[in-house]
Design a protein around this ligand. Structure first.
Ligand SMILES: Cc1ncc(COP(=O)(O)O)c(C=O)c1O
Length: 421
């Protein structure tokens, strides 16, 4: 695609955009002057769909009028409520319904899945993550290693980019796996790194990991609802993600999990159990022995938070309407356009550290600011841009295809250019 500098190009792209009406389905926060902000932080907290309130109010109303009977008699009975989300969530991550469940939050789910899928032995005990993984993932894997009586120093592999590079090369990931072929138990990478915005080649990493006998899982916090995913076809063992970023479920929204179908009936896998993971037919017989549900649902523990699920439902329906393929196609154009305009600014005080190959990123671009000068971030914020600053020196911007426009990108680039001047 040939991008052009002037605003008329952005307006033309918006006019042609088949997803343009989706912006109207969301509340866009406003500045004190009444103008809409340029919201580029859907990678941190997605915006509120206008229909979310109605979905939550429905559950409040059913609770008000039905009390406990809402479990069976609510408009959407609470007992099987989480099932309403399964197929839609499965479509977003390229999974089968039996492989998908919505439950808990992300770090909790990573732990629960590691209980089953990190089974270290005296020789095969290492976990492989990317250096600079989100801190919660670092804490989670280190605590799992210690929990099993191993030493983080000898059991954690953290791969750093090559000198003077900011992203990891797939060949280096493969080499690391091969070099530790006999000792890697688990590979747990972010689908998209939160800091650099780099998307990893999950299909390839899974293939290589399996070749050398490792289990392969992904933290998809920055990938779910952002990239086109095919977890089932890629043969990934497990994955977990949150829904408050690209999936717009609201602060602290309920997380998602994937467990590949080939593990669905493996009841010998160790797991932490709770009554919601128990066979649905016999759950209320209140028997002492735990009989897991086949598939990802068998990892549930507690009865689900209905208000959070109601909120997520409102957003997942919008994803279904829009379609992940359409969203990723628009996303590519939006982000490529943003990159084009940043290159046009051509100012040595900023550089994009996200890969410039669009197959290696989602919608986020991470802009490194020379000398870690946070004043630039403060200046664009004052001009109505909601982006975020990540220590030590990066401004992350994520034009989200559901509610951001080409004109947002155009205006952002203009503000950034002014502030650099
Ligand atoms: C990559 C990644 N992992 C883990 C987390 C932690 O998520 P939670 O607080 O939902 O456990 C986040 C949160 O932003 C994240 O971005």
């Amino acid at each position: 695609m040939n991008y052009e500098i002037g605003e008329s190009f952005a307006q033309k792209m918006d006019a042609q955009d088949s997803l343009k009406t989706f912006r109207e389905k969301f509340y866009i926060p406003k500045q004190s002057n009444g103008e809409e902000v340029i919201y580029f932080t859907g990678n941190s907290l997605g915006l509120q769909p206008k229909k979310t309130r109605g979905y939550i109010e429905q559950e409040l109303e059913d609770w008000e009028t039905l009390g406990v009977e809402g479990h069976f008699k609510a408009k959407n009975p609470w007992m099987p409520y989480h099932e309403l989300l399964t197929e839609q969530m499965a479509r977003i991550v390229g999974a089968k319904p039996i492989e998908t469940v919505v439950m808990n939050s992300l770090t909790v789910n990573l732990h629960l899945l590691m209980v089953s899928f990190y089974r270290p032995t005296a020789t095969r005990h290492k976990i492989f993550i990317e250096a600079g993984a989100f801190p919660s993932d670092q804490y989670a894997v280190a605590s799992q290693i210690k929990f099993h009586g191993f030493d983080v120093k000898s059991s954690l592999i953290e791969l750093k980019p090559r000198e003077n590079e900011t992203c990891l090369r797939t060949e280096d990931i493969e080499k690391t796996i091969a070099e530790n072929a006999d000792s890697i138990a688990l590979i747990l990478l972010g689908g998209v790194n939160y800091y650099t915005g780099q998307a990893f080649d999950m299909r390839r990493i899974t293939e290589v990991g399996h070749k050398f006998g490792a289990i392969v899982g992904f933290d998809l916090a920055h990938a779910a609802g952002n990239l086109g995913l095919k977890l089932h076809d890629w043969n990934v063992d497990f994955a977990a993600w949150c829904s408050y970023k690209y999936l717009n479920s609201g602060p602290g929204g309920v997380g998602g999990c994937f467990v590949h179908e080939r593990h669905a009936g493996d009841f010998d896998l160790p797991r932490f159990a709770g009554w919601w993971g128990h066979d649905k037919e016999t759950r209320f017989l209140m028997k002492p022995d735990f009989l897991p549900i086949k598939g990802a649902e068998g990892w549930q523990m507690s009865n689900p938070p209905i208000f959070q699920m109601a909120s997520l439902r409102a957003s997942l329906e919008i994803f279904d309407e829009a379609g992940m393929e359409n969203l990723t196609e628009k996303s590519r154009k939006l982000t490529d356009y943003l990159e084009f305009l940043l290159n046009e600014i051509n100012n040595e005080r900023i550089s994009v550290i996200t890969p410039n190959d669009s197959s290696e990123r989602g919608c986020q671009l991470s802009i490194r600011v020379q000398n870690a000068d946070k004043n630039l971030f403060k200046a664009i914020t004052l001009r109505g841009v909601i982006a975020d600053w990540r220590e030590p020196d990066v401004i992350r911007v994520a034009p989200v295809p559901l509610y951001n426009s080409f004109d947002d990108v155009y205006k952002f680039a203009g503000i950034l250019k002014d502030c650099l001047a």
